[in-house]
Design a protein. Sequence first.
Length: 437
Amino acid sequence: MSTLFINARLIDPEAGTDDLGSLLTRHGQIVARTNGDEGVETILAAHGLAAADVQVVDCGGKCIAPGIVDIGVKVCEPGERHKESYKSAGLAAAAGGVTTIVTRPDTTPCIDSPETLEFVTRRAQVDAPVNVLPMAALTKGRDGREMTEIGLLMDAGAVAFTDCDHVVTSTKVFSRALTYARSLGALVMAHPQEPGLSAGAAATSGKFAALRGLPSVSPMAERMGLDRDIALLEMTGAAYHADQITTARALPALERAKANGLDITAGTSIHHLTLNELDVADYRTFFKVKPPLRSEDDRLAVVEAVRTGLVDVISSMHTPQDEESKRLPFEEAAAGAVALETLLPAALRLYHAELLDLPTLFRAMSLNPAKRLGLTSGRLSDGAPADLVLFDPDAPLVLDRFKLQSKSKNTPFDTQRLQGRVLATYVAGEPVYRKDN
């Protein structure tokens, strides 16, 4: 059956528009859209459809946007299923308006062989209600010494290659991997950081870290790591995505690399866009992430970089940790936060603060990540997959972490007042989540 969404605010990141209109989906694809308030009969007649063949959804003036494509989600299968499974991650994604999750390979064991990749792919297909695209490790064991079988892993379904937060310190190994990836047309995702400076850091250097007595790292460590990677890109010509750019110091280098025509894109996490180092307050470990939260000046600089398109992608960097990993002294606690369900309401903070409009937000959360991975989703154009999120950007929400779908509950937004709720999520035109009234 076809579905006709009427009376909707259509958030189109490709056209950069936010207009009232209708959207018609059929056989899992968007087949037509209209702007304005055309009647149901007019739309159906224009496409030769009878009312009995169409399900009409009155959106009541709420927003429809392309489903979020979230690059860098950790699902803890295999090895730590008690923290997050494909089923719980898929339910959390659906509840958060995320229709495609791109998973990280930093599991136990890591995903560095076709056999392991095939295992998680089968598990995801059975358990997750949303699209799941796996990334694979760039080097075996993510230890930076020997690259993986990139070609075989691509054949098995890997969409990109990354060692996650394990920086490949050997420039020879990294350059060879980039060269090989380029020959196969593979995307490499890296974590820009100078590991010698950042080892053991729990905060960003500055007055706050000094007053709290926390081991810290200079923002220059990110700039130095990015500079090295850019130099290797100039040498190899590979396709490269920086997983998280979080400091103002790194932005000029990124801008120069793009101006020089390198195949480079960059992302940032929702936590670095909406929180700063002062949120750690009295050693609250739910605010410990990697890289550590930055200064307010850095946060605003990266928000502006998202607005201009210099930083391409906003992701959740969803990293489940159990209570035992977080209920430790700040220095010893595990880094990371769950964010599949909080990504959209947290991002809407930037909208309500009038820092980013909705088309810009969905350009970074849907369109750009889809384009980087060669997907046809992330759009509201005819022929695009009907992967959609229906949401109310103004609905108030007090977050209760124990109501999250994720198995782990380590969110920095617990008890926070947010504004914005997902009302429904559709994958290939089929509802995978509907908010209970």
